[in-house]
Design a protein around this ligand. Structure first.
Ligand code: ADP
Ligand code: MG
Length: 392
């Protein structure tokens, strides 16, 4: 995980933009990465999720391009890619430009014709660690281009555009959670999202005595894509057998009644989704009461269910979660679980703030000893959602 604590602001990105393009940016926007506190593999079942925005952002600076073509630069130190305006509306090279191309194409469909722009992207969201650098990119690009074009797009619309970009331009059949929290997050709050209606509740999570520790397993097992598609199919089949449109509408009673028809695998997949939706509600209740033991218990239940019933964890991530119970400072950890799609990526833990540094360094050492990997972590509070930082 790239853990450079470098802050990115209007003041830091502007001189780079001038260096690259020879003139100042006119619009700058930022959008955060996210960590999901609880509710995994529920989004595509129309269920509940509870992410929070990280204090890590992707920042996008734009201005009109004097060349008649787009000029995109994906990160500091990267080269400039010159792309004709019409060509930028379809899939192309470099790979990351598809996140930008997709946003341009969606704006065009809405009648928002963005002429040639110079664009510089800078980010401190770790890439490909399951913290949604891709959502941070789509949402920040959309915010910056909307501001540049002088149009207002509601945050939820921005999120939906980002999700379509993943589907159509990057071939990632994701749910709405990542883009939604990036667009709608609020400092000091977790967000409970109903993926069926897109109604949401921002729940204060600002108790200074509790910290969120995000710890990278530093492994990614390649079976993730196939397993994801398979899980989706199993959920659809389970819902059909129980006679409901999605697992959101299923109950534990229905599950037990259909146990024989479902068979063991589908029974366990459905049990995870039904139980996970209930755990999101338990966690939300615990947050409202600042009952951190209860919140931690919901997280532990979530991990066990993802590991045993949904079978999307892996040995390294299970080791990390179990180490949270075995390190010397284990009593300072309220709860821990895998977070995100699974088969690697990060765990998230709620930890007593006074001991969080100690817990993190004990985990680093123990993970090195048991798995042989040197990895990284971040300690964060719920950060702010996307915003326009500057308009000339
Ligand atoms: P995650 O969203 O969990 O970080 P993904 O695989 O969905 O992982 O997205 C990572 C991809 O997003 C990168 O491979 C890259 O193509 C693109 N990306 C993310 N952030 C940036 C950035 N700041 N500049 C260019 N490309 C980026
Ligand atoms: Mg992503």
């Amino acid at each position: 995980m790239d853990l450079v604590k470098r802050e990115i602001t209007v003041e830091t990105i502007t001189p780079y933009f001038v260096e690259y393009f020879g003139h100042e940016p006119t619009h700058i926007a930022a959008a955060p990465g996210r960590v999901n506190l609880i509710g995994d593999h529920t989004d595509y079942n129309n269920g509940f999720v509870m992410p929070m925005a990280l204090e890590k952002h992707t920042v996008v600076a734009v201005a009109q391009s004097p060349t008649g073509k787009h000029r995109f630069c994906g990160s500091l130190g990267d080269q400039i890619y010159e792309i004709p305006v019409e060509e930028a509306l379809s899939v192309g090279e470099p790979f990351w430009s598809n996140y930008v191309r997709g946003v341009l194409a969606h704006l065009e469909r809405r009648g928002i014709h963005v002429g040639p722009v110079d664009m510089l992207i800078d980010s401190n969201v770790p890439r490909g660690s399951g913290l949604s650098s891709s959502a941070a990119l789509e949402v920040s690009v959309c915010m910056a281009l909307a501001a540049y074009a002088g149009v207002q797009i509601a945050p939820t619309e921005v999120a939906l555009i980002g999700q379509s970009v993943e589907h159509e331009f990057v071939n990632v059949p994701c749910g709405i959670m990542d883009q939604f929290i990036s667009a709608n997050g609020r400092e000091g709050h977790a967000l409970k999202l109903d993926c069926a209606s897109l109604s949401y509740e921002l729940i204060p999570m600002d108790d200074p005595s509790v910290s969120v520790l995000v710890f990278d397993s530093a492994v990614h097992h390649s079976l993730a894509d196939g397993a994801y598609a398979q899980r989706r199919t199993q959920c659809e089949e389970s819902a059909k057998i129980m006679g409901v449109a999605t697992l959101r509408e299923a109950s534990l009673d229905m599950l037990e009644n259909a146990k024989a028809q479902l068979g063991d695998v589908r029974y366990r997949r459905a049990r995870h989704v039904i139980g996970e939706n209930a755990r999101v509600e338990d966690f939300a209740q615990a947050l409202r009461m600042r009952d951190w033991d209860k919140a931690g218990a919901a997280m532990r239940g979530s991990h066990a269910s993802l590991r045993d019933d949904y079978e999307v964890s892996c040995a390294e991530v299970d080791t990390l979660v179990s180490l949270c119970d075995r390190i010397p400072s284990a009593s300072s950890v309220y709860g821990a679980r895998m977070t995100g799609g699974g088969f690697g990526g990060c765990i998230v833990a709620l930890v007593k703030t006074e001991d969080v540094d100690k817990v993190a360094s004990e985990l680093l050492e123990a993970y090195r000893q048991e798995i042989g990997i040197d990895t990284a972590y971040l300690i964060t509070r719920p950060g702010a959602g996307a915003k326009v930082l500057y308009q000339a």
